[in-house]
Write a protein that binds this ligand. Sequence first.
Ligand code: AMP
Length: 466
Amino acid sequence: MCGIDGVTGVPDAARVAYLGLYSLQHRGQESAGMVVVNGEGVARSHRGMGLVSDVFSERVLSELPGDVAIGHARYSTAGTSVLANAQPMLAGYREGPLALAHNGNLTNAVQLRSDLVAKGSIFQSSSDSEVLVHLIARSEAREPEDQLLDALERVEGAYSLLITVGRTLYAIVDPRGFRPLVLGRLGRGWVVASETCALDITGATLVRELEPGDFVRIHGADVDSLPRLARRPHRRCVFELVYFSRPDSTVFHRSVDGVRRALGRELAREHPAPGADCVFSVPDSSNAMALGFSEQSGVKLEHALIRNHYVGRTFIHPAQADRMAKVKIKFNPVRGVLAGKKVVVVDDSIVRGTTSRALVQLIRQAGATEVHFRVASPPITGPCYYGIDTPSKKELIASSNSVEQIRAHLGVDTLGYLSLDGMLRAAGGDPADFCHSCFSGDYPTDIPEDDLAGARHAAPLHPLAV
Ligand code: AMP
């Protein structure tokens, strides 16, 4: 999963894009990068491994002059976690420098890549997104926009894209609209970003959310909607609302916070916990859900788990640290709240079940007498092929265990998952507009056999160590 941010028509675009990326850090912590284009059309790039604030220093930003910028914060789903796969990609192209930042995952990238390699393309990375750059470069259409369209017609899957060709910025959302993208106004310029929190941080105002199939060109002060991509049934990723996006963002025309509270209320209706003394969240993604559960059930809301916010992905765990040690580094229970209490724990999702199991042990050690675990989404039974980093099917606890088996594994008194219908009710609007394939197995695109078998999820796309 990734966060993308584009800026145009704003002096010192790099600093604006930096702030945007900083607010999108939750969408990807492996690498960050930016391409900035100056008034002469010269593009400069800087990419690095790690957090946005580690990759960009004051000195680096001052060496990225220009009023057009695109940036990317990456969490790999296809391709390995190495600098070669950091984005934006920057390529020499017949129409000027071409830079590309991609959020999503292309489901037919492996096949396209082997076709391109057979025709002589040389790849510099193992990321699925590079396929797009080659398809654009090889298109026989005359105009750059037709070349982009040509390429987009050949790829399948999830893509929210920011592309610069020379000084023109293109913002594109795939026809199913898996991933969000919003357009904002900043002074005389424009900002396009994965979530509205990236507009708020710079003082940009929301103009509109891009719709599935939108293909927008921004050049100077002009924003033009180009012919839309082929129509397909909309499939907005419901997990963006459940877990991925920030609660202060508006995503798919919905307040993420509002949906999460509604998920908590639905959960309390479907799986109440009569007699419980208090309810609390596994912070932070479940905070609003615990609030909703408390509102609906009347069970008192507490803060019983405190999260250390400074644990980055680069934290060096003590050698051989077991799961419990790793969970203790991140969470600590508040004993005074838990001792002698019957408690309800609300989490947004269970993936492998390892964190939840260790958390439950911590909660019991802190003195809770009963633990009732409530999950504000259905069991995750299959991987995501559209950009969320989920493990292979066999690592997903709900792919091979019943709810009762998971309850026993977690060591809780009761376990309740929200139903698919309940989740979609909380999300609001037409339930058919959502992708919920990780919960339901209803994948809206063809998935290559090897991917379904789990082969590609484990291995990099490419035999080279990039
Ligand atoms: P697990 O121990 O694997 O069951 O972890 C469950 C926790 O992971 C939940 O509290 C979620 O908030 C969180 N989570 C859900 N999806 C993801 C994801 N794709 N990447 C990282 N964490 C996730």
